[in-house]
Design a protein around this ligand. Structure first.
Ligand SMILES: NC(=O)c1ccc[n+]([C@@H]2O[C@H](COP(=O)([O-])OP(=O)(O)OC[C@H]3O[C@@H](n4cnc5c(N)ncnc54)[C@H](O)[C@@H]3O)[C@@H](O)[C@H]2O)c1
Length: 352
């Protein structure tokens, strides 16, 4: 049977109170922009506004489209490590659906300062789950029946692959960095709260995202920014590490679909079918920039090998079979299309 996934996902997300944690970040803000543009729901954005959060990513949408009602987005400036404030925010938002994206997300920072990752990603998730547990118990039967808690996680919880094989929903948890260990812990907490307290949960584990509004600490926006500024573009070790890249809007399609028609209690792996070596990504970016803004000396001379990251995972790759077969999701962008859009977006962003 062919599922009409678009219609189903749109219907489920209508006329709801939707809480997005981490909604000022890269993926969370893309999710909020989509929810504001394609549903009539009220969106609560719980975010501590760390260095990684940028509200322009949402405010610009309202500026560009004055038909959109700004009151449909409400910021709750809260740090999940504070239980009382988290609890109050949940009671205020009174959510029908929660997308939990708030997390410290940069692997290098987790190596330098692991504590904040344990506090935000583990204790923060615990505080959120405990607040949601009370909220869920108070819901009337109709709202209880449709309530969902969707936890957004990473493929890094499964560890590192050699050149063979791909991760899927049955893969063992084998996190290797403080970041991935903290995300693995949060996945386990969500599963335990679903199992023990009957909270309707969903988990997605996604591969590396790229696209507009990503913080320039991450590989792709850093490379574009540095190339445009004629600064060195750092490449860890020999650059042979492989990631499975997904354009952020394709991730958002998957999240909306899973939240709408995914089976409660299940996990879905999401990947871009785009495995690329880090060194090839940087060359691709330099070549595309050369095409768009020709540079006499060429951009690739800026690529500079730097000391490898400690415990650097070699390869991640996702087998999309389950989400494709059961929910009908597939990435719409191949890497070539996604990276062109992304580069053009950053060029405009830095010009303005
Ligand atoms: N970026 C990727 O490639 C990728 C891939 C798979 C999964 N994920 C997951 O998706 C989620 C979002 O990733 P991202 O790249 O958008 O991250 P990001 O770093 O761009 O944004 C994270 C947001 O969370 C907020 N935040 C952090 N700690 C918080 C706390 N204690 N309380 C409240 N807010 C807090 C920050 O202020 C920020 O706005 C993360 O959970 C990450 O693990 C990311």
């Amino acid at each position: 049977m062919q599922l009409n996934t678009k219609k189903n996902s749109e219907n489920f997300l209508e006329s709801k109170n939707i809480l997005v944690t981490g909604g000022a970040g890269f993926i969370g803000s893309a999710l909020i922009r989509r929810l504001i543009e394609t549903t009539n729901s009220k969106v609560f954005n719980l975010d501590k506004l760390s260095y990684a959060g940028n509200l322009n990513s949402i405010n610009n949408l309202f500026k560009a489209n004055n038909l959109l009602d700004e009151k449909r987005h409400e910021l709750l400036k809260v740090d999940l490590t504070n239980f009382e404030k988290t609890y109050d925010a949940i009671m205020h938002a009174d959510p029908d659906i929660v997308f939990h994206l708030a997390a410290e997300s940069h692997v290098d920072s987790s190596i330098k300062n692991p504590k904040i990752f344990i506090q935000s990603n583990v204790f923060g998730t615990y505080n959120l789950l405990e607040s949601i547990r009370e909220h869920y118990q108070k819901l009337n039967p109709k709202r209880k029946e449709s309530f969902k808690f969707h936890h957004i996680s990473t493929d890094e919880v499964f560890g590192s692959l050699s050149l063979e094989g791909k991760f899927d929903e049955e893969s063992q948890y084998k996190p290797q960095s403080p970041y991935s260990a903290s995300k693995a812990s949060s996945d386990h907490l969500v599963k335990a709260w679903g199992n023990t307290f009957d909270i309707p949960t969903l988990i997605t584990n996604c591969s590396n995202n790229y696209g507009p509004w990503q913080h320039p600490e991450k590989l792709i926006p850093l490379a574009i920014k540095n190339a445009l500024n004629e600064e060195q573009i750092p490449l860890y070790g020999n650059g042979e590490n492989i990631r499975d890249w997904l354009y952020v809007e394709d991730h958002i399609d998957a999240l909306l679909l899973v939240a709408s028609i995914g089976i409660i209690g299940e996990t879905y792996c999401i990947g871009g079918n785009s495995e690329i070596k880090n060194k090839d990504i940087l060359l691709k970016i330099c070549n595309l920039l050369e095409e768009i803004i020709p540079n006499q000396k060429g951009y690739s001379r800026l690529i500079t090998h730097v000391k490898d990251r400690k415990g650097h995972d070699f390869r991640y790759a996702i087998n999309n079979y389950k989400i494709k077969k059961n929910l009908g999701w597939e990435p719409k962008h191949n890497f070539e299309e996604g990276i062109r859009k992304t580069i053009n977006w950053y060029i405009k962003y830095y010009e303005s």
